[in-house]
Design a protein around this ligand. Structure first.
Ligand code: SME
Length: 161
């Protein structure tokens, strides 16, 4: 049984989140299982999310394809440069969007989404996909969320790809 110790807002939240997520994937080589548990864990620890999940790069189709997630059904395919996810993938950069309505080309899978944090999954300088977090609140994501989740996804990417 998994117990969530990480409590958002506490000083050690990201230390505990990292410990818990690394423990979740420890010894498991199945990518979909690992991504499923990671999306669930983040969805249940970071507040005010209406969607949390992965888009994975498909080399054959040359686009991002929907992977494990929590939330309402979402668009399945995203081309490079399109939307926040496609931009994060193409730029190899975490994008923290305070108001998605001000992001030109935002893809609105859920009309309730008002802010977004998208983090590329990078190993050996290759981008394997992105983690997408959506919130119904404007400016839901802090600079700490951006830096600490980017660090955590870098660690996870080294282990699971
Ligand atoms: N909003 C994203 C699309 C993915 S749905 O939000 C899950 C984007 O603009 O890329």
């Amino acid at each position: 049984m998994w117990i969530i110790e990480a409590k958002y807002g506490q000083d050690d939240f990201y230390l505990n989140l990292e410990k818990e997520i690394l423990s979740l994937i420890d010894g498991e080589k199945n990518l979909i299982a690992n991504l499923s548990n990671i999306s669930s864990w983040i969805y249940h620890t970071i507040p005010n999310l209406n969607w949390c999940g992965f888009y994975l790069w498909d080399k054959t189709d040359q686009e991002l394809i929907l992977g494990p997630f929590q939330g309402k059904p979402a668009c399945i395919r995203i081309k490079p440069h399109r939307g926040v996810c496609g931009a994060s993938y193409s730029q190899k950069k975490t994008l923290r969007i305070s108001d998605v309505h001000e992001f030109q080309g935002h893809i609105a899978c859920d009309s309730q989404t008002n802010s977004e944090l998208v983090i590329p999954l990078i190993k050996n300088d290759l981008v394997f996909g992105v983690l997408d977090l959506d919130s119904p609140l404007r400016s839901n994501f802090t600079e700490e969320d951006e830096t600490k989740l980017t660090y955590l996804m870098n660690r996870v990417s080294e282990l699971i790809f």
